[in-house]
Write a protein that binds this ligand. Sequence first.
Ligand SMILES: [Zn+2]
Ligand SMILES: [Zn+2]
Length: 449
Amino acid sequence: MKFAQEFKRSLQREGFPQKWIDSAIPYGQLKKCLKKVTNELQYLGLDKDTLAQLAAGDVGFHYELDEETGQSKKHFRPRLTVFVHLQDGVAVDAKLSPNTRDFLLRIASKQVGHREGSPDSSARRSLTPTNYKDISHGDASAIAEGLSAVQQVEVSLVFDAEFFDILQTDVLILDTLQEEEEKRMKGEITALGQVITHTTKPSLGGKAKGDLAKWRDIFELYLDARIFFSTRETDHGARTSTQALKQLQWFQDEVLKRKLVQNLKLEASRDAFSRFLNMNAFLLQNLKFQEINQVAVRKILKKFDKRTALGVAKTFPVVVHSDHLLAGSLAKDLCAQVSSEIISTVPQLDDYLCPICFAVAYWPIRLHCEHIFCSRCLVKMQRKGERFCPLCRGDVIMRAGLDNFDTKHAAFLREYFPKEVKEKVRANELERGKEIFGPDYTDRPCSVM
Ligand SMILES: [Zn+2]
Ligand SMILES: [Zn+2]
């Protein structure tokens, strides 16, 4: 299938909002305009084969996408400069045959070599746009040497400027749209974070506590799914929409399988979960929309180069200044916000473990280096006379005392991890009992036969 049709179909198939579809890359219009560019070049005797021949020699023409800042917006002013071989002021061959090209190269290398004082330097390597200018300034000496000169001629085209203006304008429209959607998304993420924080406050009672535990499981799965962005070493980076869709489906299936949503007690929690899902679906749709527009830009530039041999596929993305569409930073930014404003509202046990015994760090001792350990592990380190924090090597262990009990943090742990705290307290007591009464000590009540 031709890309133009494929592009149109995917825009319709994905169920994008009409506003998005209206802002999509006008691929058909660009293709028509490209035809005008091709005709224009052909008329001037600069068809793609001729230009390709020149380009292959790395000398012969130069195509720049300059920008002109007008009153309201930026305009492209592409410039095609051709270096032609003149004899007595007449272009010897308007079509610039391979012979002409060789001749151009020969003269150019002679002059550049002469100027730089290195006769060995090859023209291909040393001819930069600056050198081109030198050549034209050296007309007189070239004429004196070989009856002919290389002249740089600026070919003014009409339709290439139109082409790039259409493309640039649309990329800007897409960027603005993207910016709006991102802003809206950010608002929704913040709002959703607040809703989840409020509905899951353990102090609200049993239902909230139960839901908090479910949310914890939901978010643990969500993080495992790494839907839009992976932080793992093996597949680090942003996902494609196809990968993201697969990961999102996996997440939804797991949530269903484990009955996590059905078991949410509060209606507000269930509502929040469907909002959370919608938000992810929207992110995915947005990613998809960006992707297909990026592909459209790539394709049309490739087509431009194929039809004209002017070589813009590499230069356009640099000149165009796209903060959103071509930068593609959406997933990373929004994912960071999802984890800081939504996921973090439900504390994960992993973040509150003692780095030595890997149980919840209770009672929490906050050392002078700010690292937190459980009181048991601290006592044991002090008994062994260890001076340095195992995490940062700070000389803090022997300095720790009663002042280092973090009562606020302890209250937080009791509130958010009551089960884990209870287990840890019991384990601490058992360990202490064994230290005092010997290894046979048990905290179970004596049973009389
Ligand atoms: Zn510990
Ligand atoms: Zn430390």
